[in-house]
Design a binder for this molecule. Structure first.
Ligand code: ATP
Length: 342
């Protein structure tokens, strides 16, 4: 079939939604320093999209570039089809944004702050903002200057969660909140998702990202080093075990069928395996017990027979959560680390 016909067919028969956020090779440089380098990503309608990365990784730089608050050095970004550098006014109708360092007028009481921002935002909704404040158990009679850090964060959330914009961008929404309020904020995020809105948020709390996001990207030193669908993460497992006497890690053969989804690592000591792993098979030190770590991706069930025949004992199987991926990315040992984005 000629490519043009195939393209026309696919366009007419399978509706492809336009990404809400499209970022192409976006860079932001300060002098010689890249806060963001060649970042490419797409956020699809209805995504709850997580941004992860250590301090200074470039998360806020990315977010602020999407909002037109920063002018990128190169590359491009669109938000619901708008160029943030050109269509700043149109963009305000589409996005509600919680900055990481939200500044609120200190002389006003909570309720006056909500009224002020509800009037300011084209989609502002005072009733909804008050509802959010009530759910977060915030006393709106208190002046901002007299509020605790957590109270100010709740107020900022009530401001931002008022407008029913199609896109919600939250920079560390749960910072400074106690566990109960954190859970309430995540509920609000999931309600936004259920209402068909798209959410992008950054957090340092991995469990929050695991619980709410369907997709996550990892930034490190300005580079987007990893992109993950959460459903794939839930299909990743780590098996830690001791080898029966006479067995060695070198003797473990990975069957052809699992070659792309299994990695085997030799561990030197059973007690602190993660910090003492070696890079490859082998190198067990003399006198220590031979231990092995097997990381798998994809459905574990067809691999179980092979694993059962490896002569392993003291087997522990755990889901390979974001923590493990984060550690790998942070250490730069992740296979995809330091690769330019797509
Ligand atoms: N105006 C600026 N001039 C020079 N460097 C800057 C400027 N703004 C940010 N940076 C640098 O850019 C890098 C990325 O900063 P950014 O705020 O995007 O990180 P982040 O991932 O949001 O970090 P955090 O988790 O700490 O909030 C940091 O090294 C920061 O020091």
């Amino acid at each position: 079939m000629p490519a043009a016909v195939a393209e026309e067919l696919s366009e007419s028969s399978i509706p492809v939604a336009r990404p809400v956020v499209q970022v192409d090779r976006l860079s932001k440089r300060y002098g010689e320093f890249y806060a963001l380098r060649e970042c490419t990503l797409a956020v699809q309608p209805g995504d709850v999209f997580g941004l992860l990365g250590p301090n200074g990784a470039g998360k806020t730089t990315l977010i602020r570039s999407l909002l037109g608050h920063l002018r990128p050095t190169s590359g491009s970004a669109t938000v619901d089809g708008c160029d943030p550098q050109v269509d700043a006014v149109a963009l305000r109708r589409k996005v509600s944004y919680l900055p990481g360092d939200a500044r609120l007028p200190r002389h006003l009481r909570g309720d006056a702050v909500l009224s002020f921002f509800a009037e300011l935002h084209p989609e502002g909704d005072l009733r909804r903002s008050r509802e959010v404040a009530e759910r977060l158990e915030l006393d709106l009679r208190v002046r901002v200057a007299m509020m605790s850090t957590g109270m100010r964060q709740k107020l900022a959330l009530a401001v931002v969660l008022g407008p029913m914009t199609p896109l919600l961008i939250l920079d560390e929404p749960t910072a400074n909140l106690d566990p109960t309020v954190r859970a309430a904020v995540l509920d609000l995020v999931m309600e936004a998702h259920a209402a068909g809105r798209t959410v992008m948020f950054s957090s340092h709390v991995l469990s929050e990202i695991e619980d709410t996001c369907n997709r996550v990207v990892f930034l490190r030193r300005g580079l987007l080093v990893r992109e993950l669908q959460m459903r794939d993460l839930f299909q990743r497992h780590r098996i830690s075990a001791a080898l029966s006497s006479g067995r060695t890690v070198q003797s473990i053969e990975i069957p052809e069928a699992f070659a792309d989804c299994v990695t085997v690592t030799s561990l030197r000591d059973s007690k602190d395996s993660d910090s003492k792993d070696s890079d490859s098979k082998g190198s067990e030190s003399e006198g220590s017990e031979s231990r092995v770590r097997i990381d798998t991706s994809g459905d574990l069930s067809p691999m179980l027979r092979w694993i059962s025949e490896l002569g392993l004992k003291e087997i522990r199987i755990e889901p390979l959560g974001l923590r493990a991926v984060y550690n790998d990315v942070h250490r730069g040992t992740d296979a995809q680390s330091e690769m330019p984005t797509r």
